[in-house]
Design a protein around this ligand. Sequence first.
Ligand code: FAD
Length: 593
Amino acid sequence: MSLIELTVPDIGGHENVDIIAVEIKAGDTVNVEDTLITLETDKATMDVPATAAGVVKEVRVQVGGKISEGGVIAVIEAAAAQEAAPQPVQAASEKNETAAAPAPQAAAFNGNADAEYDVVVLGGGPGGYSAAFAAADQGLKTAIIEQYATLGGVCLNVGCIPSKALLHNAAVIDEVKHLAANGIKYPAPEIDIDMLRGYKEKVIGKLTGGLAGMAKARKVDIIRGRGEFVSANHIQVALTESSQYEQASETGEHKTIAFKNAIIAVGSRVVNLPFIPQDPRIVDSTGALELRQVPEKMLIIGGGIIGLEMGTVYSTLGARLDVVEMMDGLMQGADRDLVKVWEKMNAHRFDNIMTETKTVAVEAKADGIYVTFEGKKAPAEPQRYDLVLVAAGRAPNGKLCGAEKAGVAVTERGFIEVDKQQRTNVPHIYAIGDVVGQPMLAHKAVHEGHVAAENCAGHKAFFDARVIPGVAYTDPEVAWVGVTEEIAKRDGIAITKSVFPWAASGRAIANGRDEGFTKLIFDAETGRVIGGGIVGTHAGDMIGEICLAIEMGCDAEDIGKTIHPHPTLGESIGMSAEVALGVCTDLPPQRKK
Ligand code: FAD
């Protein structure tokens, strides 16, 4: 027996990578290839496997910490001759040609099928329905297997769309308040929470109803049930009855569906923290969207986009907010200068922003939920809340659909690895959306779905997007894409940047919202735009232009000499490019470059 340090192998040159999960503790026995920790870069999450088997003596890392190649994860007492040569880590979400998770043996199925399709899509979320519709448009006989009543997945039913329906109402309430400064005063709004909930439901109904119609028009069959692979060419479906999303009961009937191609689009689910009790005053994002009550005092566990968006809604409706976040800042991923503007505008909503702090205990009592914190900004005493929103992340559903029985490799955490054509290790089975990795965003899922469908039709399509934008639909909105200043610093990318402050934008001033700015980031060598960020109203609607500029390989001249309409907020992108060129006449004179 000898003591061995398990270290981080080659992770593609990334440094100071965030540790988002630690799967081991002292006393555990690990085998070679067992996942030790999970890392997350801006591009991918990756599981770091054990290179030797043994008993863990000491764990040297923790969730929320950072680590680089060579960093020690743990010390184990290892059995001789069990050490494996270190292998480069394969990213779960970087679309590698080779799968890192071991490929299981597909099960055999000798029964009869009730139906056969060219393409079966498992999961009817934005990835799944987009893939199915695209496959049908290619002339392929297609079915979607979805367990719940409606198509649209998390995004349409309990995610993007309902949250935006509520955020829209919150933004109007806030906007009306701002009008007081211009001499237009309204009395405080009377809020009928049932009607507001009804509006949100109507929005969902309109969109999901539209999807059902589009499926019918394309002759895409929708099989209502819970699907599980039983071989590399068959899925067994336990039929369900479901009248609303996230609620379904099995009817007891089963159908076996044979397929030539399958697309796994099973998405992700909320991560539940083990120490949190069951109580109606503790909700996840779905519970928060139900809008059952407006609490006086609300805690958001997790300072990411989902938590902050929901916090915005509840705060505008009257709640006071606290937020607790393990990392050193809210809205991770966006550059801090963008986030600072949001923070300044939203400080009035929060009593306590607890960064570098974690939640260690939660107790439900008659008069409220008592939460104990640990860390840099932890209050000494447990705090009482009327509502606690747990928004601590989402976990992929790859292990919940029998993928292994089809021979599909699934990582420990439940991600399914795919190549650039969205193919899993089984060539006629594809995977898309949240289940293939970060960023877990609907627009990524849709694009991946289109690629998978085209490949099912025999074309050679690849997912080769240079960038995927991120948006926090808060007030103001924060949007970013491509290389951020933080990424450039971390990865040693030489950049230049240009910033156009909205304080000089006629439209932003006219709107009474000139707190924002638009930033472009250029490759210092080529001058091409490789990133950008916008903070301000409608930032999310505008970031697409910067995405296009990056995809097209534009430089500052391409953007600056494109005539943007005046007066618009979008103009700020052109002006930011003019700043880069030193020719912006809407700002004081710049030093000649
Ligand atoms: P999902 O939407 O998760 O859909 C998967 C579907 O598969 C589900 O309907 C599920 O019922 C079904 N399924 C799973 N397993 C089976 C099975 N075995 N049999 C049958 N059916 C099965 N993203 C954005 O881009 N913009 C936003 O503004 C945004 N806001 C969000 C707000 C909230 C509150 C949340 C929670 C998420 C938000 N997201 C947003 C993320 C977005 O919702 C997801 O990235 C997106 O829905 C992923 O799509 P998907 O198709 O991969 O999977």
